[in-house]
Ligand binder design. Structure first.
Ligand code: KET
Length: 440
């Protein structure tokens, strides 16, 4: 009960047991806070924060004991039995790495260079060889860590502090960039009437943004809408970005999930890089390798020359050193092993295709039950038109609340569902629930 006694200090800094009893006395005998310095008021003004809109759902879901509950909140792949999926290629890589009896030394500040080289080669595709001598890359703490490095670099060195994000976008974008002191601005992206891209609105907003603004684009499989620009539309976006001298920040958290093919998902990265648009790229291996908790990602910056690259890298190291010193070793080893081993890499590509295909078949099943079996009077074509892990259903916040309260089906308030959480055993229950809440 008095385990905090030795930590309690008097106002002169001496540690005494007496102070514990004084503090308890002052608190009306309550023992809470016993191990805080007497009179400490530091956190009195810290307000209770809201739960995270995505991870908060997983917490609520875990507490629900209803057997048919479904978590469609977080974008994390599940197999057809609803279980998290460790890719067989990852299991093999881990077993091989274990045999190598490697040490646990610190990585360099920019991480595992060989991993970064393979990761960026995969993202920049055919353009890679022509830019590699002016590309700076650092292993990051997954995709969010890459975004964090971007945000810190912008706030320290980039002249404009305005960052344009799509409306809507992944909720955490706002948090990451406003934490770094950037001004969040939005460009139009999704048209709820057509359930498609509002390309005119997007181009017009980007044209009206001040020159040299930062523009955050999702490289593929846009979250939450599942709506990507066509190649022709990407070309239009490029034209505006170049005319305005904007800086492009590409968030690539889903390479392979848009088309089921890594190379085909690199259109945007290749387009901007081959046109020498100043850009950052934030890659994540959380989804496509299923390495969520290993936190494997890569931050890269396309600079103007090898000399500029060297200066950029020196500052990146300083930033990393002051933030977390150097990144963790294990996940990057797994990713590197797969990327550098031709057989395993081919196997991995097949596994990603398998995940993408299962998601597509769940889209089809959900739509078909709603339209054909339940004869819903609403149109559900967008379920199969949209791509990637998510479907932006168009369900209202009230309908979302009813789904969780009455059916134990959890999704984000904006009506996004993670298709990866649907399987052959729960798709009908889900469709029936959606049908009921949209029929009134
Ligand atoms: N960018 C986007 C667009 C994104 O959807 C995520 C994750 C990330 C970056 C970061 O992923 P990381 O695990 O840091 O590599 N999105 C899912 C999980 C989350 O919210 O963190 C999600 O939207 O459910």
């Amino acid at each position: 009960m008095f385990s905090g006694a030795s930590l309690v200090k008097t106002s002169t800094g001496r540690v005494t047991n007496k102070a514990v009893f004084q503090y308890a006395f002052m608190n009306g005998g309550k023992t809470a806070g016993l191990n805080l310095q007497r009179g400490f008021q530091g956190w009195a003004n810290v307000p209770m924060g809201p739960p995270d809109p995505i991870f908060g759902i997983s917490e609520t879901f875990k507490k629900d004991s209803f057997p048919k509950k479904i978590n469609l909140g977080v974008g994390a792949y599940r197999d057809d039995t609803g279980k998290p999926y460790v890719l067989p290629s990852v299991r093999t890589a881990e077993a091989e790495i274990l045999k190598q009896d490697l040490d646990k030394e610190y990585l360099p500040m920019t991480g595992d260079n060989s991993f970064c080289e393979e990761a960026t080669r995969m993202a920049y595709g055919d353009v890679y060889d022509s830019i590699s001598n002016r590309l700076v890359a650092a292993q990051s703490v997954s995709g969010t860590g890459a975004l964090l490095l971007s945000s810190r670099f912008f706030s320290k060195f980039y002249p404009s502090k305005d960052i344009y994000i799509s409306n809507p976008t992944w909720g955490n974008h706002k948090n990451v960039f406003s934490n770094a002191g950037l001004n969040i601005k939005e460009y139009r992206y999704y048209n709820p009437i057509t359930k498609g891209l509002d390309i005119e609105g997007m181009l017009s907003d980007l044209s009206q943004a001040p020159n040299s603004s930062i523009v955050l684009l999702h490289a593929c499989a846009h979250n939450p809408t599942g709506v990507d620009p066509t190649h022709a539309q990407w070309n239009d976006i490029l034209r505006v970005v170049r005319d305005k001298g904007h800086f492009v920040l590409l968030d690539m958290a889903y390479q392979g999930f848009a088309s089921g093919d890594f190379a085909r998902d690199t259109y945007a990265t290749q387009l901007f890089a081959s046109n020498n648009v100043p850009m950052f790229l934030c890659q994540s291996f959380a989804k496509n390798m299923g390495l969520y908790g290993e936190r494997v990602g890569c931050f890269s910056s396309l600079t103007a020359s090898p000399e500029e690259a060297a200066r950029f890298e020196s500052q990146l190291k300083i930033l990393v050193r002051a933030s977390y010193s150097n990144p963790p070793v294990h996940g990057a080893r797994i990713a590197r092993f797969i990327l550098k081993n031709n057989d395993l890499r081919a196997q991995w590509a097949g596994e990603v295709k398998g995940m993408a295909s299962r998601i597509i078949s769940m889209r089809q099943a959900l739509r078909s039950i709603l339209e054909n079996d339940l004869k819903s009077k609403h149109g559900w074509k967008h379920i199969t038109d949209q791509i990637g892990m998510f479907c932006y259903t168009g369900l209202t916040p009230e309908q979302v609340a009813t789904l969780s309260r009455d059916y134990h089906i959890y999704l984000t308030k904006n009506g996004r569902i993670s298709i990866a959480g649907i399987n052959t055993s729960n798709v009908r229950y889900l469709a029936e629930a959606i049908h009921t809440v949209t029929s009134n």
